[in-house]
Structure formats: structure tokens, C-alpha cells
Design a protein around this ligand. Structure first.
Ligand SMILES: Cc1cc2nc3c(=O)[nH]c(=O)nc-3n(C[C@H](O)[C@H](O)[C@H](O)COP(=O)(O)O)c2cc1C
Length: 175
């Protein structure tokens, strides 16, 4: 399977990117083709609602990194969104990516399934992110493969000691 992983933290080499890296390594080991796109390195602006994409085969009018990522999205069978929790929801960077997927709302998606990798400072902060993902998956008829949540993380790299990383590996191996 061709898997596109989007990481939505602005903090380079932080918990989200480590979590996504663990997923990617296990998925590759399981025989999948994996592309990781980090929003700490790729500029993805908010959607400007011009709907240029609706009449231009899913190409966005904005000249940032999203058109390249849309090419990856158009080849992928599965999308994995990795995000830190910011104010009880996904980060703004992750939300910008989600909004910009509107480019394929008319053209249609190649994606057939989705999963989410979340991490946060506290526990019990995942309701909004989870509800959003479930609604998107249901709306687009994507199979929801899993939502992994790793709480109690503040410092960069503190996720390395989290026992829940095993769930991330298990998810990748189960695909
Ligand atoms: C702007 C901001 C808002 C945050 N909001 C929350 C929150 O609402 N709940 C929570 O548990 N953690 C919150 N956190 C903590 C991060 O989710 C947590 O430290 C995460 O592991 C950071 O991931 P990263 O290292 O990939 O950036 C927030 C952090 C930042 C910078």
C-alpha cells in the first residue's frame, strides 16, 4: 500500500515527528511504500475559498508547498495525520492541510483509508480531533484504521519513553 504521512507540528524533531517516524519505519518494514511530509518544513497556507481548484482538476491557486503534497495525496491509498494537540484540537498547521484537501472535493480522492497519530501534554484532550477525523472519514467513505493517542508529553523527545509507541508499531504492522 502507498501511505502518505503528514506531520503537523511546527517543532522539528519533536514528539509528533518522532511518532510519525516510528509509524513510517514499521510500515516500511511491513512492506508498504511510505512518504512523510513534514509541515515544519513544508509551507501550507490556509485555504482561501476561491474554488479555483474546482475548475482546475484539483490544482490550487496558491503558490506554496501544497500542490506538491497534493500530488502525493493523489497517489496514496492511505493518509496518516500526525498532530500535537493544540488547545484541545489538532494544530493549526494540521488544520490548514485538512482544509486544503478541499482541492480534491470535486475531483475525488485516491485515498481509501485514514489513521491519526496524536500526542499531547495532558490526557483526556482528544475529543475534538477525534470527532473531526471520524466525520471526515464517514463523509468521504474512508476506512478509519485507528487513532493512537499518547498523552503526558511536554519536552521535545519525551515520547521516546512512551509505552504507547508499541500501539503505533502495531497499527503499522496491522495494515
Ligand atoms: C500552542 C500549544 C498549545 C497546546 N495545547 C495543548 C492542549 O490543549 N492540551 C494538551 O494536552 N497539550 C497541549 N500542548 C502540548 C503539546 O500537545 C505537547 O507538548 C506535544 O507533545 C507537542 O508535540 P511536538 O513536540 O511534536 O510539537 C500545547 C502545546 C502548544 C505549543
Amino acid at each position: 500500500m502507498n501511505i502518505l504521512v503528514i506531520t503537523g507540528s511546527p517543532r522539528k524533531n519533536g514528539n509528533t515527528e518522532i511518532m510519525a517516524g516510528v509509524f513510517a519505519a514499521s510500515a516500511i518494514e511491513a512492506g508498504h511504500q511510505v512518504t512523510v511530509r513534514k509541515l515544519s518544513e513544508n509551507k501550507v497556507n490556509p485555504c482561501i475559498a476561491c474554488k479555483y481548484c474546482f475548475t482546475h482538476d484539483g490544482v490550487c491557486v496558491q503558490n506554496d508547498d501544497m500542490n506538491e503534497i497534493l500530488k502525493d495525496l493523489n497517489q496514496a491509498d492511505m493518509l496518516v495525520l500526525a498532530s500535537p494537540i493544540y488547545w484541545f484540537d489538532v494544530s493549526a498547521q494540521t488544520k490548514c492541510f485538512i482544509d486544503r484537501m478541499y482541492a480534491f472535493a470535486i475531483k475525488g480522492f485516491h485515498i481509501k483509508s485514514i489513521a491519526m497519530l496524536l500526542n499531547s501534554g495532558a490526557d483526556g484532550v482528544y475529543d475534538a480531533a477525534e470527532a473531526q477525523l471520524r466525520s471526515i472519514a464517514s463523509n468521504l467513505n474512508w476506512e478509519l484504521k485507528g487513532i493512537i493517542k499518547i498523552p503526558n508529553l511536554q519536552e521535545k523527545g519525551s515520547i521516546e519513553d512512551a509505552k504507547e509507541l508499541e500501539q503505533v508499531r502495531d497499527l503499522a504492522k496491522s495494515l
